[in-house]
Ligand binder design. Structure first.
Ligand code: FAD
Length: 338
């Protein structure tokens, strides 16, 4: 167990927004530490190999450091390299592979509990994102090893029947990659079309492959059960069974509400179960405890992303340092990913 150490601010989560918070706080002369239960930028490590971001590089930058990329859109690997370089250049104190489990005390005198010890701090910023808790289907067979909620790459699936559940960007990209790597992909989509939110350069490609019959697709369908070798569907034409050696349930993710409750953060009674926070200060119902980044949106995981969530860092850091709130760009209003 690590013995007590003390900081002005502890940031929980070393994702892009957590790192932005850390460096903005540190630049204002406050001592800070960024704690993550996994690796540095753990969520992005979990994204698909060579995944292309939707955003152009300048919209993912933090701390004013330019993100240089070979391509028009950064790849996962560009982002991993970039955020690591920023964290190291800023000499951000990091505590990685250390899970935060609770919070005792109050503003100015908090003690953060972790699975490795206790950290004393005046303020806490929670930037824990949404990528750790999948939206489970809650059907029999979902917990088998060949059913996964995170897609990495297609190569192990050549000459295999693969079922992809979901009809948004992640499912669309996975289905196309699987086809081109020699798998036999079939999509199961709850709605009656591929989501209109699928990016304009991906959607026609997918729709045309479905029309050609090279990617199977069952619309208006849901999964009833997953066995070792099949996926059983409810379709408009009645029950239907698909062969499946592997199943990707790409039905989205949501913030860890249990963890937020452990910290004493309540949720609003709205559809998104928005974690309670002041819209302008980002302070939660527990004084001195702040939220930043994607976690702020609750179930509305596309409300805050890197492009706009990174500005939370400047808002909170200015407040903690006793400065006037900075003038921020309009990007803090709801926007679509570019
Ligand atoms: C496939 C995909 C593509 C995307 N493309 C884009 C894009 O092009 N542009 C864009 O702006 N956004 C994009 N996003 C969204 C963006 O990646 C997220 O909004 C972003 O990662 C949010 O950053 P964050 O710092 O808030 O959270 P995260 O990056 O999720 O970081 C949260 C961190 O908190 C840690 N953590 C969680 N619980 C604990 C705990 N109890 N103790 C300690 N640590 C904990 C996690 O390990 C994690 O490292 C994409 C998302 C996905 C899934």
């Amino acid at each position: 167990m690590t013995t007590d150490v003390s900081f002005d601010v502890v940031v929980v989560g070393a994702g892009p927004v957590g790192l932005a918070c850390g460096l903005e706080v540190q630049r204002r002369g406050l001592s800070v530490c960024v704690v993550d239960k996994g690796a540095l930028v753990n969520s992005i490590i979990g994204y698909p190999t060579n995944m292309e971001f939707f955003s152009t590089p300048e919209l993912l930058e933090i701390g004013g450091y330019p993100m240089t990329t070979l391509h028009y859109k950064p790849l996962r690997e560009d982002a991993l390299d970039y955020y690591r370089r920023v964290a190291f250049t800023e000499k951000l104190p990091l505590r990685l592979f250390e899970r935060v489990t609770g919070l005792e005390g109050e503003q100015e005198n908090y003690t953060l509990l972790t699975d490795k010890g206790r950290i004393r701090t005046r303020y806490v910023i929670v930037a824990t994102g949404f990528y750790d808790v999948p939206n489970y289907l809650r059907v029999p067979g979902e917990n088998q090893p060949h059913v996964t909620h995170y897609y990495k790459e297609p190569y192990a699936h050549a000459d295999q029947d693969v079922v992809i559940i979901g009809g948004k960007n992640s499912a669309a990209k996975a289905a196309l990659q699987l086809l081109r790597a020699g798998a036999r992909p079939t999509m199961v989509v709850r709605g009656d079309e591929i989501s209109q939110s699928v990016k304009y350069w991906i959607r026609p490609d997918l729709i045309n492959r479905i029309k050609e019959g090279r990617i199977g697709c069952h619309f208006n369908s849901t999964v009833a059960r997953i066995t070792e070798t099949t996926v059983e569907l409810n379709t408009p034409d009645g029950p239907h069974t698909l062969p499946a050696q592997h199943v990707y349930a790409l039905t989205g993710y949501h913030p860890d509400f249990t963890f937020l409750a452990t910290l004493g953060i309540t949720c609003e009674a709205d559809a998104a179960q928005t974690p309670t926070h002041h819209a302008e200060t980002l302070e939660t119902n527990r004084p001195g405890l702040y939220l930043a980044g994607t976690v702020c949106g609750g179930l509305n995981t596309s409300r805050w992303f890197i492009e706009n969530g990174r500005y939370h860092a400047q808002l909170i850091a200015a407040r903690l340092a006793g400065e006037a709130a900075p003038q921020l760009p309009e990007v803090l209003q709801p926007v679509q990913l570019s």
